[in-house]
Ligand binder design. Structure first.
Ligand code: ZN
Length: 327
């Protein structure tokens, strides 16, 4: 009977790898990462291709768990994994292909950068859709609560919303049409809040009214016309409420195109400012007059009160001084 005491380096590497996986399964991620990195270092010293591959797997798994521990950025993990053979299989513990993880990481890294244009948002939406799954392979490992399809619809919706917004002033009809497309995507994504906001936007943008002042027919409440409170009479309501398009609403507000509204606002503001300036000038003149009278009064009071210590006498001359100063 013989006991095998000596173990080859290859065997020790396999043992270390299994220990690392056990630690991972027990939730001891930091220790698991240390072991996995050790496996990778040890694998560099052997020539067995299977062991070398095990080392690379260990390094890849370590990178992913380091991202979970906040010790590596997704960008760093993406950069490392994309340099590996994409057909390499990892156990996380679910079996995944490196290529599939790389594809997810590429999208997540792009999503974490600032995207401003509708074209960038649409491109990212396409990439989320191209993942072809409802749940990310990395979602449980990294705790990322993103549903790729839902995210794609949100991004498409956001891209359309940006385009629609840029066309509101130029073409309200086309803008409303694009807002409807955006709304459709938010419906698919189940974003009730965005659906409610866009429904209201579309309703306002498709509204047509006639300006009460210039009589022009315009589309797009709040962009091209707005409602203003004004005095109305039952006679006006009777005659104007039935017009199509309307210039007056059923509750007595009138529609003004932005041009008429701003012309009135600017004029009203200029008139108010002129009035304030007029009040200010007249107040300043009055203050100057009062200052002159007060200083004259003070000089008279000083003269008359100078020779007496009697308070009553001072008061008398003080009063006299005020009377004299009026002359
Ligand atoms: Zn007008």
């Amino acid at each position: 009977m013989s006991w095998k005491i000596w173990k080859s380096k290859e065997e020790r590497i396999k043992e270390e790898y299994n220990k690392a996986i056990n630690l991972r399964d027990q939730g001891k991620l930091s220790k698991a990462v240390e072991k996995l990195e050790k496996v990778y270092r040890m694998s560099q010293e052997v020539s067995d291709p299977a062991i070398k591959e095990l080392g690379i797997k260990a390094a890849a798994v370590a990178k992913i768990y380091k991202a979970k521990l906040g010790k590596e950025s997704l960008k760093e993990v993406y950069s490392f994994l994309s340099s590996l053979d994409h057909d390499l299989i990892l156990e996380l513990p679910n079996i995944v292909r490196v290529g599939d993880i790389v594809q997810e990481l590429k999208v997540l890294v792009k999503d974490s950068s600032k995207l401003a244009s509708s074209a960038e948002l649409e491109k990212l939406a396409k990439e989320y859709l191209s993942l072809g799954r409802d749940k990310l392979l990395l979602s449980d490992i990294l705790g990322i609560n993103i549903e790729p399809k839902k995210m794609a619809y949100i991004l498409y919706g956001e891209a359309k919303r940006l385009i629609a917004e840029s066309k509101e002033r130029e073409n309200p009809e086309e803008s409303a049409k694009i807002y409807s497309e955006a709304l459709h995507y938010f419906e698919l994504a189940g974003d009730k809040n965005k659906v409610a906001i866009l429904s209201q936007k579309i309703s306002k943008l498709t509204k047509v009214m006639k300006c009460y002042i210039c009589g022009r027919t315009l589309q797009g409440e709040e962009t091209h016309f707005l409602y203003v409170r004004a005095a109305t009479t039952p006679y006006m309501m009777r005659h104007l409420s039935s017009e199509n398009p309307k210039a007056i609403t059923n509750d007595g507000a009138i529609a003004l195109c932005i041009t008429c509204y701003t012309a009135i606002s600017i004029l009203a503001q200029a008139m108010a400012e002129a009035k304030v300036m007029q009040y200010y000038s007249s107040m300043m003149m009055r203050i100057n007059e009062l200052e002159k009278r007060v200083s004259k009064l003070e000089s008279n009071s000083w003269f008359f009160s100078g020779g007496s210590n009697n308070d009553d006498t001072n008061y008398y001359w003080h009063r006299r001084g005020r009377i004299f100063s009026r002359d």
